[in-house]
Design a protein around this ligand. Structure first.
Ligand code: ZN
Length: 605
């Protein structure tokens, strides 16, 4: 088919139960989709209609099969549907469909879901939506089963009698006039925004039905129970084990509250859940690996009185890590990253830039879209809708993309700094840093910089650098870092800084007999070094001490380097391993001069 032509097949499906439930009609869908095609300038090849057929599987839908065959023959290159759940609600069928779409370069466009499979992200999002609608279909298909059990239908409910009901002499479940008002009151309190805990506290305080002890779980069970609007849900208590397989019998007892009120309570529940997950931001979401089995540790908040603590756990190895302890263990490491990040943003971005883009708006938009996708997955995971394992690969891709775009965006903002060489920028950074050290403010400054971030920002920050990490506990219960894997985008930044001669490594040096960790330039030549020193000299009175010569094949000595300062006011700014010019006379090995750059604050004007 000619690539330029956009030829669409419109797919419409309506099941009888949909028509009754949502008032979908074939005619309405058809009109809407024809308009959409006109707007998008697609030629319409054919309208494929499956009427009165359920979404359960693709195989038993003749029109859909016909469309598949036309797709394979190349008659159409776009499928247009109203909602994704019109096309399929089964994850397995969807995978199959996506494979066909990809093989024949066909795009799926859905009017209502903002679905477009022409990009990898689009395909991922399609999978996500399908998981959600598959959950929905299981409930709907079970709803249609009512009428199977005569006993339940005639109001003889098995099991424990819910509060507000009693059994009459024929063992039929009927309203208990003495307790039904308590049920109504509980629903009302819940709709006013009170939590399960608050409601149970009130009832205990008032000694309602004393000596009954009210618990938050009692209230939760009541709000969930469909019986109060007249329906009976079979296998409700074991539905967790059977993958949500329950049967709903409608209108089997007299309702205590209206359907509308029950539905409203469910909406309230969703709202509460969202508010609950929102303040549950896990700093190390998807970052911590179990030290025993290397699985990613799951986020777990604890309920009740200990609610303020958040945990990471491995269900397999029964390992729990408290978040505040983890953060404490990583503090120094994080502050190093904060310093690195600031240095990059303020000074070194131009060094990292490949090419200059000026259109930051474009980046912002793309970043925004990716962040929204990320949020969707996170929410679905935290509210227990999906398992992270199913989406972690996609989640990682999204994160990498966000990092890349953000770096590009900053690079485009810092075009002006290009008038400086990397070593001049390094000098500027050292000057700022030394001023902070001199006033004893560097640590305070970095901590403040970290603490002023919101929890979300902290989480973003950590995931920008770290792919995964493993922490271990010593016999005192203190954590220590076992392994950290950095993100590839961060590693490639580091190697660019190294090539530009501005990457610092920390080396142990004994200065006046006291061992210190001193920042050391490991890849710098004479010309670059002069550039650095000249700029430093504008602000500080700089001394350079040549300590000794090494060649590149020489094993680094295990004893640490020693160094004596001229005066006690003198400070070491950095060490350098300066590449000697070996071109004349030509030497066989690369040689380096190890030296120290110092300044004396008293001399600063
Ligand atoms: Zn484990």
């Amino acid at each position: 088919m000619n690539e330029e032509r956009k030829v669409a097949g419109i797919y419409i499906r309506v099941s009888t139960e949909d028509q009754a439930r949502e008032g979908f009609s074939l005619r309405e869908q058809k009109e809407k989709l024809l308009q959409l095609c006109k707007f998008k300038e697609y030629e319409v090849f054919k309208i494929y209609e499956d009427a009165g057929i359920s979404a359960k599987d693709i195989k038993n839908r003749p029109a859909f099969q016909e469309m598949l065959s036309d797709m394979k023959k190349g008659k159409i290159n776009y499928i247009v549907a109203y909602k994704l759940d019109r096309v399929t609600r089964s994850v397995r069928d969807l995978e199959e469909l996506i494979a066909v779409l990809e093989k024949h370069s066909i795009y799926l466009v859905c009017d209502r879901d903002d679905v477009n499979t022409s990009t990898a992200n689009g395909r991922f999002f399609v999978r996500m939506l399908t998981v959600l609608s598959q959950l929905e279909i299981e409930i709907v298909s079970e709803r249609t089963k009512f009428g199977l059990n005569g006993a339940i239908k005639s109001g003889h409910l098995p099991g424990k009698i819910p509060l507000g009901y009693k059994k009459d002499i024929n063992k039929k479940t009927v309203i208990d006039e003495t307790t039904k008002d308590i049920v109504i009151r509980i629903f009302n309190m819940y709709l006013e925004g009170k939590s399960y805990q608050q409601i149970s506290n009130i009832l205990n305080k008032e000694k309602v039905l004393y000596p009954k002890k009210w618990r938050d779980t009692t209230i939760m069970g009541m709000i969930d129970n469909r019986v109060y609007m007249g329906d009976y849900e079979q296998h409700r208590s074991i539905s967790k084990q059977t993958n949500g397989e329950t049967t709903i019998f409608m209108n089997v007892v007299k309702p205590i509250i209206t359907r509308a009120m029950w539905e409203e309570a469910q909406m309230q529940k969703e709202k509460n859940q969202r508010a609950y997950t929102r303040d549950r931001v896990y700093l190390f979401f998807q970052r911590l690996k179990c030290p025993e089995c290397s699985r990613i540790m799951k986020c777990k908040g604890s309920g009740g009185a200990k609610r303020k603590y958040m945990y990471y756990n491995c269900e397999h190895c029964k390992i729990y890590y408290r978040e505040d302890k983890v953060e404490q263990c990583l503090e120094e490491f994080i502050l190093d990253l904060v310093e690195y990040d600031m240095a990059v943003k303020e000074y070194f971005l131009p060094v990292l830039a490949d090419k200059k883009e000026t259109d930051t708006e474009k980046f912002d938009k793309e970043i925004q879209t990716l962040k929204q996708q990320k949020e969707r997955i996170k929410k679905a995971y935290l509210s227990g809708i999906v398992e992270m394992e199913d989406f972690s690969a996609d989640y990682k891709i999204i994160e990498e993309k966000i990092n890349l775009l953000e770096t590009k965006k900053y690079e485009s903002l810092n075009v002006n700094s290009f008038s400086f060489t990397p070593q001049q920028l390094m000098a500027d950074r050292d000057i700022e840093r030394e001023n902070l050290i001199r006033t004893n403010n560097l640590d305070k400054f970095l901590k403040a910089e970290w603490n002023k971030k919101s929890k979300e920002e902290k989480q973003e920050f950590i995931s920008k650098f770290i792919e995964s990490m493993t922490l271990l506990k010593d016999e005192n219960g203190d954590f220590y870092i076992d392994k950290i894997n950095f993100r590839s985008s961060y590693a490639s930044q580091i190697s660019k800084l190294f090539e530009a001669g501005i990457l610092d490594l920390y080396a142990p040096i004994a200065i006046d007999g006291k061992e210190q960790q001193i920042r050391t330039s490991v890849n710098i030549n004479q010309e670059q070094f002069d550039d650095y020193i000249n700029r430093m000299n504008k602000y500080f009175d700089i001394e350079f001490y040549e300590l000794f010569q090494i060649d590149s094949n020489e094993e680094l000595k295990h004893e640490i380097m020693k160094f004596e300062l001229n005066s006690k006011d003198e400070n070491v700014i950095r060490m350098v391993a300066l590449q000697n010019d070996n071109s004349f006379p030509i030497k066989e090995k690369d040689t380096y001069t190890i030296g120290a750059v110092t300044y004396t604050p008293a001399k600063v004007c």
